[in-house]
Write a protein that binds this ligand. Structure first.
Ligand code: SF4
Ligand code: SF4
Ligand code: ZN
Length: 371
């Protein structure tokens, strides 16, 4: 367990072990005095982004070139760089990531993987056998192609995969066909994650189509793990790919309060919630295996019972059978000074999720919990 001294909230002066040193604000002040503490929040994110030469804010040039791929709607001036670091404006043209070229890497994970949906998906349970799973139980002998997109549309200061930031500008572009070639006869599923697949979704969609074409006649599930901030026009193609292939869409719902979300992730959660609501309209088209799965990382001091209760009520109002994973946090990136999730916080959040009427709730990463 991390030993630390209490940190004083820069706004109310309250001292707590659950105030992060880098953020310097308690959750009450973020929720109730947001406008007053916003300058402090902005400074923290600026610092987290400057360390990787990423722009401090979403570019908003009046005469810029606009990318509509995600909530940020960057308008990039001549020679400028987008929030995700992937796009520039060269001679009045938007250049960078395309449907054919992406900053991406991949590896194979033997099934069952440590996937956020493994407790409900075909790979971990055999759900959907024989149409969508190779076995009636765990798919031993098969593997997942884990596809890591090296950029993100958010700026989470607790990021558990923050190393990708070091590669946004340096890594070479990879063609979609190269990625599709990585699918072999023992690949049962592809999971697009990162960073986040959002800023490079057209590439993931194109590579999925190529991979499915060469895998005709056998099971190849297409799955996504995302912060859900994509343009709504991209939802239908990803939903159709997962629906037909037996895959699932895993949405990370990071906080219920928009203020907490902006403090932790640098960006609003409005688009994510709207997109999740839209995708919930697909869940009855294929009840098993579930198409849509939600997850929330239990960040101590910030993503507490109140946040989880709000998220769970929202999910339940759409479809109480949508699976919801609560994940224990381990200290990382700019929140290395926080402790891991406590058993008490986990139990409170689990109770809140169940009390909202959700039928399938699970606590993941329980090995990280502390007393
Ligand atoms: S990628 Fe999809 S099918 Fe494979 S383990 Fe994860 S959720 Fe299951
Ligand atoms: S994908 Fe990148 S360039 Fe496009 S709007 Fe989002 S952050 Fe900006
Ligand atoms: Zn405070």
């Amino acid at each position: 367990m991390v030993t630390k001294t209490p940190v004083r909230c820069k706004h109310c002066g309250r001292e707590s072990l659950l105030v992060s040193q880098s953020l310097g604000l308690c959750s009450d002040c973020i929720r109730h005095y947001f406008d007053e503490v916003l300058p402090i929040i902005k400074q923290v994110h600026q610092k987290a982004r400057r360390a990787f030469s990423l722009p401090s804010y979403q570019p908003r040039a009046d005469d810029g070139k606009t990318c509509h791929m995600c909530i940020n709607e960057c308008s990039i001036s001549e020679g400028g760089v987008s929030y995700c670091g992937l796009r520039t404006n060269e001679d009045g043209k938007l250049t960078g990531a395309t449907a054919n070229l992406a900053k991406v890497s991949w590896y194979y994970d033997p099934l069952p993987t440590n996937c956020v949906a493994d407790w409900v998906c075909p790979a971990g349970t055999g759900a959907g056998y024989p149409d969508f799973a190779y076995r009636q139980g765990i798919e031993h002998g098969y593997k997942n192609l884990a596809v890591f997109y090296q950029a993100c549309s958010f700026d989470c200061i607790f990021c558990q995969n923050w190393h990708y930031r070091q590669l946004v500008s340096s890594q070479a572009w990879v063609e979609a066909s190269k990625l599709a070639e990585a699918v072999d006869d023992h690949t049962a599923c592809i999971c697009f994650f990162g960073g986040d697949p959002t800023p490079q979704l057209p590439h993931a969609i194109y590579a999925s189509r190529l991979a499915l074409k060469k895998s005709q006649g056998r099971i190849l599930r297409i799955c996504w793990e995302t912060n859900g901030s994509m343009h709504p026009a991209l939802l239908k193609p990803i939903a159709e790919l997962s629906l037909k292939s037996g895959g699932c869409i895993k949405f990370d719902l990071k906080a219920w309060s928009e203020e907490i979300h902006i403090a932790l992730c640098g960006v609003s959660n409005k688009r994510t919630l709207d997109n999740f609501r839209f995708l919930a309209g697909y869940t009855k088209k294929r009840a098993s295996p579930p198409l849509l799965v939600a997850s929330t990382l239990l960040v101590p001091g910030y993503v507490d019972r109140e946040e989880v209760a709000g998220i769970a009520a929202f999910i339940s109002s759409l479809d109480p059978d949508i699976p919801y994973s609560l994940l224990a946090f381990h200290p990382d990136f700019f929140m290395r000074d926080l402790p891991a999730t406590s058993r008490r916080q986990a139990a409170e959040c689990l109770d809140a999720a169940k009390a909202a009427g959700l039928s399938r709730v699970k606590l993941g990463n329980i090995q990280l919990l502390h007393n």
